[in-house]
Design a protein around this ligand. Structure first.
Ligand SMILES: Cc1ncc(COP(=O)(O)O)c(C=O)c1O
Length: 393
């Protein structure tokens, strides 16, 4: 018999009843150190007082109106994002997938209105992940994601990751945009080197192609800059964000330049919930903390510490781990044994990591994790690796 919850997830038998900072408590009383943050969502940990306050104060006044009316909380968050990014304008969504939908629509509408309606194709990369809608799965087009769900939205062309020749060969007169994650998340924490992102920007400019960045997982402070592309000193035309921007409240956004957004006039897009007062009040509270230079400096310091300790972990367990990779507090441990076994051994030692493709266990801790918690995380990961080594003997 089918379960009452549609069984599309292979869930670990863990049930959490409380979260505080980087710690989760299970129904049976275990305290687990959370290095997953609900897959890069809880950027300020669980139940951060400023976010609890923003949400509860807003909840006492007004939950929902409609985008038919002015929403001051939405305006404040959009202003904050515009002030702190390349963007001139923002549309709020409830998720990363919805942000992907709008990014695709926006790029196509731009070229349509510019008198180049043939430029509908969007180039994407092997190993990417942009969500689970029909457009987002068509964008990635792996058998696992698309089989049985056709016909798919046409107009996506996939090229191998980190292969400039293949990218150049894929460009045609129909290419309107390139869509890329500066750091692939689901694909196994693969960071596009800064010089490649720079070259990609130049390539887009030379070939009249819009650059869409998917910063749903790597954005909002995760890499130690507010947005990951800042490391490369470039700006996109359109950017998707979600996850961290709500700190745990469902919120996403598309940020764009005035030029890229020029086709999105009244009536071209909408959302009942996107940009509602609750989400935007929380999003503003998140950004008020995360966008501060001192906070980001702290993220970089913590990232350096974590990286150094993880290099030590890999060196101490060469049969378990192959390498550490990633950027800031978006870190992957590429494993020599199945990454799922490493994640499970972590659970057994009360530390939570997240599996990704390419045999990687992901560490996406809260951006305000303390040095003492990083030490504790390493003690637990070391114990997990030791158990795995012993069981292999
Ligand atoms: C890079 C990236 N883009 C898009 C998405 C889709 O976001 P959501 O699950 O909020 O729809 C995800 C989710 O994991 C993601 O990592």
């Amino acid at each position: 018999m089918i379960s009452s919850v549609l069984p599309t997830y292979n869930r670990a038998p863990l049930q959490f009843t409380k979260g505080e900072g980087s710690w989760l408590t299970t129904a049976d009383g275990r305290r687990m150190l959370d290095l997953g943050s609900g897959i890069a969502v809880n950027v300020l940990g669980h139940a951060h007082p400023a976010l609890v306050d923003a949400l509860t104060s807003q909840a006492q006044n007004l939950w929902h109106v409609s985008n038919l009316y002015d929403i001051p909380q939405q305006q404040a968050l959009a202003d904050k994002l515009v002030e702190n990014s390349f963007a001139d304008t923002v549309f709020f969504t409830n998720s990363g997938t919805e942000a992907c939908e709008l990014a695709v629509k926006m790029a196509r509408k731009y070229w349509h209105d510019k008198g180049a309606p043939e430029k509908t194709d969007i180039i994407t990369f092997e190993g990417a992940f942009h969500g689970r809608s029909s457009a987002a799965i068509a964008a990635v087009n792996t058998p696992k994601m698309v089989e049985g769900f056709g016909p798919l939205l046409p107009g996506f062309v996939q090229v191998p990751w980190a292969n400039t020749d293949a990218l150049k060969a894929a460009i045609t007169e129909n290419t309107g945009a390139i869509l890329i994650e500066p750091v692939q998340g689901e694909g196994g924490i693969r960071a596009v080197p800064d010089h490649c992102l720079k070259a990609l920007r130049e390539f887009c400019d030379e070939n009249k192609i819009l650059l869409i960045l998917d910063e749903v997982q790597c954005g909002v402070g995760r890499t130690g800059k507010l947005f990951a592309h800042e490391w490369a000193g470039i700006t996109p035309d359109i950017m998707m964000v979600a996850k961290g921007i709500g700190g745990g409240f469902p919120l996403g956004a598309v940020l764009a330049t005035q030029k890229a957004a020029s086709g999105m006039v009244v009536g071209t897009h909408g959302s009942t919930y996107g940009g509602n007062p609750l989400g935007c009040a929380v999003g503003k509270a998140v950004l008020d903390i995360v966008a501060e230079p001192e906070f980001l400096a702290g993220v970089n310091a913590r990232a350096g510490l974590l990286r150094q300790k993880l290099e030590g972990l890999v060196a101490a367990h060469p049969n378990i781990f192959e390498e550490v990779r990633g950027s800031g507090l978006m870190v992957g441990l590429r494993c020599k044994i199945p990454a799922g076994d490493v994640v499970q051994a972590g659970y057994d030692n009360d530390v939570i990591t997240v599996p990704a493709a390419d045999n990687v266990a992901r560490l996406l801790p809260a951006l305000n994790i303390t040095a003492a918690e990083i030490d504790e995380a390493l003690t637990r990961l070391d114990a997990a690796a030791t158990t795995l080594e012993e069981s292999a003997v």
